[in-house]
Each structure stands twice: as structure tokens, then as C-alpha cells.
Design a protein around this ligand. Structure first.
Ligand SMILES: Nc1nc2c([nH]c(=O)n2[C@H]2C[C@H](O)[C@@H](COP(=O)(O)OP(=O)(O)OP(=O)(O)O)O2)c(=O)[nH]1
Ligand SMILES: [Mg+2]
Length: 327
């Protein structure tokens, strides 16, 4: 079954060339890439399969046709991933990127193009067109972002034990949110979390001053207040991700200006942790993240069962405290 797009039927508002792009995954989580013909636009670079949407097509028809023509497969289950408007010196494109989770057939390079199945972490080794950077980032991120509850001072061991359980259960992206700890307590706990996360191949985002993340070599998560107060992107080494909390279009604009690697946006649903906040709902969430060149997680009242509806609305996935900490 093909998941429909909440924006299907809407004509593309960009004046760029609308391109259907497929992130095709196999059972091991590897992603299929192809090498563009030498004389094509962006020739010789690696790409995610796809091509231009014809004037009489919607995005699903274009994906089905391109995947049949280029690879000989039929997509069965897909979610929208990102839409990226990018201006090359010679042309503008709007990459409409879809995650293909199930398909029929065995992909072959039907136009003679070399194909490769690549682990997400190895995508960095390939040269893609410049517009593809957000796609590579989204492919490498998981679909669940665990935000820690406030650790009780003195009960750090219980906290770390629970974090380990969650990592063993498959959590791969964690934010240490602990505003109640003083700087020394936070730093000690952050070092222990970093070690645990490293051991499980998970990414850790520190929600503290930027210097600590730089010093410990972790990612950095900006609260919306910090997002609004920093004027330049905090210095982090490559591979250390910058994320931010956003509530509205202005904060998403700021995040975009700082070139964040990903965001959370909410509250999408009513949530016990912020009872006064008016929820956005998924349609407004989808409208706010439309054409943002970075992955966005839905936050606020999310449970694991919201994952499909969130992804249907083009979220990277869900972010949550209690539902992911003690499900
Ligand atoms: N398919 C694909 N196109 C990309 C990617 N990144 C990127 O910038 N593009 C650009 C390059 C091209 O300008 C445009 C896609 O055009 P295309 O050459 O694949 O179009 P097509 O399959 O319809 O082929 P044709 O009709 O031009 O022969 O989008 C990507 O990852 N995959
Ligand atoms: Mg193509």
C-alpha cells in the first residue's frame, strides 16, 4: 500500500524543477545509491534514485514510474522524508524525498548506472550533489529521540541504569535534559551518559552551554531560549550534531539560519509536562516544517504509537520524555 502525502494534490509552489527522490532501504537498513551518468546534470556524483516529475503526474506516480524505469522495482510502502529547495548556479530543484520501506522486485541498474547498497554511516564516503546534505543527515538519524526526564540529584545510578535499558531496547538518539543539576553534577552525569551512548552506538545531545558539548565531543541541543540568544552557530566538530527546540515558524527560521542538523517542534498534542501550551496538531506541524532543509521530530504528547502518523506528516519521527524513557 502506498501511504498518501498530506500535500498530495497541491501543486508545487516552487519554481524549481520538481524531482521525485527515493531513499530505498533493504532488510539490513542499508540504502541504495546510484552513480549519475557522466554527462548528466551533477554527472558522476552519487544520487538517490529518482527523476523529474512529469507535468501530468503527482509525486506518487512519478516515484512509481522512476523506480520502474531506473531500477525495475515497485514501491509498496513509503513515507515522505524531506523536501529540499536548492539553487544550483545553473538551475533550481525541489527534491521531494521519500523513504521507501518496502518494494517488490530486485533493483538493477536498468539504465546502466552503477548501484551500491551502503550502510547509512558510510554515506559520508560518497560524493553527492550539494542539495543532498540534509538527505544524508535524515537517513543517518533514527526515528525516535529520547529526551531524558530530570534526574533526581543523588539517584544518578538509577538514571544510568534506566538509560542503559533504553539503549539496549534500541534507542539511538538521546538528549540529557537536567536543568535541576548544577554544572558539576551535570558534567559528571554527561560523561557517564556519553560513555554509555558510545558503547551502544547512540548519539548524545547535551542540553547545556555550548562549551561543554564541544569539550566532551557530544552533540548540542539548544533550548528555544538559547536558540533565540545565540547569534552564530556554536563551534562543534564535524559529526557533533546541533539540534534545537522550536515552537513556531520564527524559531524554525532561526534554526535554519544556524544550520542546525535537526529540530524538535511542538507541542503537537496536549502534554502533561506543559499543560498550558496549546497543541499545534499534525496538520499545522506539517505546514510549519514544509520545505525545511533539516529533519524535524514531533514533540509533545507523543507515544511510540504516534510514529506512523508523525512520519506521514513528514516528521523525522517522534521525540518524547516519558513515553520513550519508561514505556
Ligand atoms: N534523482 C536524483 N536527482 C538529484 C539528486 N540530488 C540532486 O540534486 N538531484 C538533481 C539532479 C538533477 O538536476 C535532478 C534530477 O534529474 P534526473 O536527471 O534524475 O531526471 P530524470 O531521471 O527524469 O532523467 P532525464 O529525464 O533528465 O534523463 O535533480 C538525487 O539524490 N537524486
Ligand atoms: Mg534520474
Amino acid at each position: 500500500m502506498i501511504e498518501s502525502d498530506p500535500f498530495a494534490g497541491l501543486r508545487v509552489e516552487s519554481d524549481g524543477v520538481h524531482v521525485a527522490v527515493a531513499v530505498i532501504r533493504d532488510g539490513q537498513g542499508r540504502v541504495l545509491i546510484a552513480r549519475r551518468a557522466p554527462h548528466a546534470h551533477q554527472g558522476g556524483r552519487w544520487e538517490f534514485p529518482g527523476g523529474k516529475v512529469e507535468p501530468d503526474e503527482d509525486i506518487h506516480a512519478a516515484l512509481r514510474r522512476e523506480l520502474r524505469e531506473e531500477l525495475g522495482i515497485v514501491p509498496r510502502r513509503m513515507f515522505p522524508l524531506l523536501r529540499i529547495a536548492h539553487r544550483y548556479p545553473e538551475k533550481k530543484v525541489l527534491l521531494d524525498v521519500w523513504d521507501i520501506l518496502a518494494f517488490d522486485g530486485e533493483p538493477t541498474g536498468r539504465e546502466g548506472q552503477p548501484l551500491r547498497w551502503v550502510a547509512p554511516a558510510a554515506l559520508e564516503e560518497y560524493r553527492f550533489p550539494d542539495a543532498n546534505n540534509p538527505i544524508v543527515r535524515a537517513v543517518r538519524l533514527p526515528h525516535q529521540y529520547l529526551i531524558s526526564p530530570q534526574p533526581v540529584p543523588g539517584a544518578e545510578r538509577d538514571f544510568l541504569r534506566q538509560l542503559q535499558h533504553r539503549l539496549l531496547a534500541g534507542i539511538r538518539l538521546v538528549q540529557l535534559r537536567a536543568h535541576d543539576l548544577d554544572d558539576d553534577e551535570y558534567t559528571r552525569l554527561a560523561e557517564q551518559c556519553r560513555e554509555l551512548c558510545q558503547r551502544h552506538g547512540a548519539l548524545l545531545q547535551l542540553n547545556r552551554d555550548p562549551g561543554l558539548a564541544a569539550q566532551l565531543g557530544t552533540g548540542l541541543h539548544l533550548t528555544s531560549r538559547r536558540l533565540n540568544s545565540v547569534s552564530t552557530r556554536p563551534a562543534l566538530a564535524s559529526g557533533q550534531l546541533l539540534s534545537a527546540s522550536c515552537h513556531d515558524a520564527l524559531e524554525l527560521d532561526r534554526a535554519e539560519a544556524l544550520q542546525v542538523d535537526f529540530c524538535v517542534l511542538g507541542p503537537v498534542e496536549r502534554t502533561a509536562s506543559h499543560p498550558g501550551a496549546e497543541p499545534l496538531g499534525f496538520p499545522a506541524f506539517a505546514e510549519l516544517i514544509r520545505n525545511r532543509p533539516f529533519p524535524v521530530f514531533a514533540l509533545g504528547g507523543m507515544r511510540a504509537t504516534h510514529l506512523d502518523i508523525a512520519r506521514y506528516h513528514r516528521a523525522q519521527g517522534i521525540a518524547a520524555i516519558s513515553a520513550l524513557w519508561s514505556p
